[in-house]
Design a protein around this ligand. Sequence first.
Ligand SMILES: [Zn+2]
Length: 404
Amino acid sequence: MWADFEALSAIGSIGDGGVNRPSLSTAHLAARNWFASRIHDSGLELRIDSAGNHSAFLACDQPGAKTLLLGSHLDSVPHGGRYDGALGVLAAFEVLRVVKEMGERLLLHLEAIDFTDEEGTLVGELGSLAVAGNLREESLHSPRGGRAALVEGLARAGLSEAGLLAARRDPTSLAGYLELHIEQGKRLLNTSSKIGIVTAIVGITSCRVIFTGQADHAGTTALLDQRNALRGAAHFAIGFWEKLEQDFSRCVGNIGNLQVIPGVFNIVPERVEISVELRAPDISLLTRLEEMVNELSHRMAERFQLGVSVEWLDRAEPVQMDRIFQDVIVNACRDLGFAFQHMASYAGHDAQALASICPVGMIFVPSVGGYSHSPREYTDWQDCVNGANVLLEATLRLARGDLG
Ligand SMILES: [Zn+2]
């Protein structure tokens, strides 16, 4: 697993410990080709579905057996870390290789899957939503990464929108989904637990707030006469952070990008597009956050005599992890002697998309410094191995029908 991790980390490497493998980029497709060749070398079956999801498959000999999915994603955020997603795919792959070597007769087929576009460079949880049958055509028409990027990426990968929409699996064929992932926060480090057992994944919603004013000569137009879209956007941003701090301690929000148009020294900005993302552990809080963004943006538009529109993009509801799967992971930790704790995930994961069609569970390992979506992302290799062993134990319990 270490050799594979090193080889994979070199694909899309940006030289400072990080990787740049946005979904369906050349580097991401190179990582997928590498994964396909490793599956071939392992003697496991390679499967690629019409959403581009790449899998290693290990069949059991039980008639009518269901499939237990294990996996994560090989795409990264732009200039991201080596562990996010990659660890989960490689650990799942390693579990299949170990089970194959053991030669034990199990009750479930096992599949180690790399889901397309988990990170949302294009759509977000694209491959897992497709498998769950919950990919909506509207998401493809106005994806958060922009329509052009999606069309280009699909062409580069030889995929089609029709294929994405046809990748749904029969839920009765699935026994569940287990994912190992780095925590991406500091809670495990702060409590010295080795393993986090995820109870729920926060809901995530995103929107584009667009302020429109008027482009004018920046020298001759007095401040009071300006309809400056950036001025409204700046006050919106400050108000947004203040509201988060004061009223939403259990939630998180981010302003990740401002597009200022025309974006030059000597013209008053006519239009500003703001990318906003919101996360909350339950649905009522998520709705309150959305209301806050709507209210604040309209208030700032009025104050600075601007037009405003708020375009809501995809909303992923908060989801609960399966109780039995959580207990199976607890028992795996006890068997292996690892201190563990239950925790919510503030990051989105493919498990979220799959929870609507099958039981799901997630295993977290500590992130040094809590860094993620950054080249500083780091997890001790022993923790990666611990997590993989918990994944293996939990998989064996589920695939033996031993849930006690
Ligand atoms: Zn991830």
